[in-house]
Design a protein around this ligand. Structure first.
Ligand SMILES: [Zn+2]
Length: 452
């Protein structure tokens, strides 16, 4: 048994919003995988520690949590033909490229995204993988291996598309799958990989892509299977007005009515984006406890709209943050997403939206979105998932409040990150990962994908 004291941080944000939240200015004691003490400045650990990490040059936060991504899209970042497009033309331009995805390319893309996330202070990540061209049946298995290799936690979703162009959907027929195949593979993945309880590393969720790329049957059967298997449900919803028009034309109803009609308006569900809701829909989502992954950078890049985050939260909707896929962000820099969320929401609600509230979206809020209560808050009994940030770069010089500086001065790199008591980032690097070799091979795979 080892006890580590992360001692006297320069600044600390615990994300603990309980009324009797302890003062953490003296740091934390980590015993094996778990936080066992939160200390006020000047307090000593209750028993001797084997190791002390002097955090006097670091800001301490929970590990950030990313609730929406498409790792495979790191292969199609900043691709010229869709650099200036909105969602629907952006998708129809990219689908034929994504249809050429191979197992090795996905492995590289997943590793790149996970490494970027980890280096930007993220310790738990969700991915939504819905592209299964022939030969890529084991996409999620490949992702599980990459997650285990890098040591983060992940909620990997078995995505799906069943509504191809021949039937009035957006994706080409070559990437849609029969519903039976999807359900069978989903059940296999849950049985093989899904962990439950505190400290789970890999979780599986079911994730039909969006109303315009899956049939009503696929939505309904996925909800049924998720209930049977007791796993979470994820999809894109209310991202653009084009999507709302599609739902009205095809289903004769708005997005939330559609969601309810297929059995998804529950606290098992989290939605990517969730922008275009009216007042009544916001209260229905809140009553149901349906969660939203807010993706500010993607929403700005594709000009999709501004999510009503404060109203969603005030109605009881759990809200977290997502960088979204790398073809619409195009970076997986999790800490930067906190800043983007703060500024986009200030544009909607005014400059009084607190810095701490944005940090809470990326930590405590995101944990709730993924259905977890063991991470996202630095508190006794929680997993020791945390990030440590140095402020000795040019960009922070002259800053005063260390926690505010992280967000306002645009931090992009954690100096250290710990997952379940294990250091996964040390001195701004991932031990045992050859980043130069990874970038070389990933870039070559990206060029190969574009040239076909
Ligand atoms: Zn997305």
């Amino acid at each position: 048994m080892t006890r580590l004291w992360i001692k006297n941080p320069l600044g600390v944000f615990t994300a603990d919003d309980t009324p009797d939240a302890p003062d953490a200015s003296g740091g934390l004691v980590v015993e094996n995988a778990v936080i066992t003490e939160v200390l006020a400045r000047g307090a000593e650990p209750s028993a001797p520690v084997e190791e002390v990490f002097d955090a006097s040059q670091h800001v301490l936060t929970p590990g950030l949590i990313n609730t929406h991504h498409h790792f495979y899209q790191t292969l199609t970042r900043a691709w010229g033909p869709v650099a200036d497009a909105e969602l629907f033309p952006w998708l129809t331009g990219l689908y034929p490229v994504w249809a050429r995805l191979t197992p090795r390319a996905l492995e590289l893309a997943t590793t790149v995204a996970l490494a970027e996330l980890l280096l930007s202070g993220c310790t738990t990540a969700a991915d939504h993988h819905y592209v299964f061209p022939p030969g890529l049946d084991e996409a999620i298995d490949i992702q599980v291996s990459a997650v285990r290799r890098l040591g983060l936690r992940a909620t990997l979703t078995r995505g799906s598309m069943t509504l191809g162009q021949d039937d009035g959907g957006l994706p080409p027929q070559s990437v849609v799958q029969p519903l039976d195949t999807i359900l069978e593979d989903s059940a296999r993945l849950v049985r093989t990989y899904h962990e439950t309880g505190p400290g789970a590393q890999v979780q599986i969720a079911l994730a039909p892509c969006s109303p315009f790329s899956v049939t009503t049957d696929a939505m309904r059967e996925s909800a049924r299977l998720a209930t049977d298997l007791d796993v979470r449900l994820h999809t894109h919803l209310a991202e653009t007005l084009d999507e709302e028009d599609f739902c009205r034309e095809r289903f004769g109803m708005r997005t939330v009515d559609y969601l309810e009609s297929v059995g998804w308006l529950t606290d098992r569900t989290w939605l990517g984006h969730g922008i275009h809701f009216d007042d009544e829909e916001i209260s229905r989502l809140g009553e149901a406890g349906t969660a939203v992954a807010h993706c500010p950078t993607s929403n700005m890049r594709l000009a999709s709209g501004i999510a009503r985050v404060l109203e969603l939260e005030d109605a009881g909707v759990p809200v977290g943050l997502g960088v979204d896929g790398s073809a619409s962000n195009d970076a997986s820099t999790m800490v930067a997403e906190v800043r983007q969320a703060l500024y986009l929401q200030r544009l909607r609600y005014g400059a009084s939206v607190p810095v701490h509230r944005a940090l809470a979206w990326g930590t405590r809020g995101s944990a709730r979105v993924l259905g977890r209560d063991d991470v996202g808050v630095l508190a006794v009994g929680n997993q020791a998932d945390l990030a440590l940030w140095r402020l000795d770069e040019l960009r922070f010089s002259g800053s005063h409040d260390p926690v505010a500086a992280l967000v306002l001065c645009a931090a992009d790199r954690a100096d250290r990150a710990m997952v379940g008591g294990q250091w996964r980032v040390v001195d701004g690097r991932i031990p045992d990962l050859d980043v130069d070799a990874l970038v070389a091979e990933h870039s070559a795979a990206a060029r190969g994908l574009i040239s076909g």
